[in-house]
Design a protein. Sequence first.
Length: 244
Amino acid sequence: MRKTFTFLLTAALLLALCACAGNTPANIEGNGSTTATDEISVTDETSQETEISEPSVSAEPETEQDAEEVTPDVETTPETDTDTENKKVLVVVFSATGTTKGVAEKIAKIENADIYEIKAAQEYTSADLNWNDSSSRSTKEQNDPSSRPEIGSERISLEGYETIYIGFPIWWGEEPRIMDTFVESYDFDGITMIPFCTSSSSGIGRSGKNLEEKAKSGNWLDGKRFPGSVSESDLESWIDGLNR
Ligand SMILES: Cc1cc2nc3c(=O)[nH]c(=O)nc-3n(C[C@H](O)[C@H](O)[C@H](O)COP(=O)(O)O)c2cc1C
């Protein structure tokens, strides 16, 4: 009887143990996986949402920023204008009776240039300009290669000028001596010098070369003579054809 009871008790304990052993992994696995999965999936979803949403949110402004960065780049192109501003042009002119000054103004308009007018400290009168008078001031000056009439206009700074058109009337086949005063008073290093003149009929002759030799600086181009009535389009064609 006792043996039978012991056997039954042992069998019952074994059954109970087996039942426990079978359930425990299943429960842990079930509960654990659900819990873990929930936790992971929540974490994952949260982190994924965060990861997805962050780039997508930041992507839009970045695209806008990219667009904004392109705009200055495009606006930077006008910096070429700044370059153009650095390439300043000056028109220097001496004109006793206004004819050469008129041509100078047309050139300045075409070239968007500044104008500097050389004025004699002692202005030329009609009597001074009388070429039929061998004792007139202009005749005497032109007959004296060392004559250097004083300039009355304020000095100009040539800084920033890349090109200078230099204009004058022809007097006795040459540049007036006051032009020699001017070119000997400045340093034209690095500047392209372009002589032009007006006259009744004479050409520019050696005037441009004379100025170049006296200046001793600057890159001098061949000059050209114009009638006072020269048109803007003729001046434009000349300017377009300049080798500079
Ligand atoms: C003193 C003097 C000498 C001149 N000599 C000449 C000359 O040799 N050949 C010529 O064609 N014109 C000559 N002219 C005319 C001027 O060159 C011409 O009228 C010029 O266009 C005047 O320019 P302006 O008004 O800018 O001074 C002379 C004029 C003067 C006042």
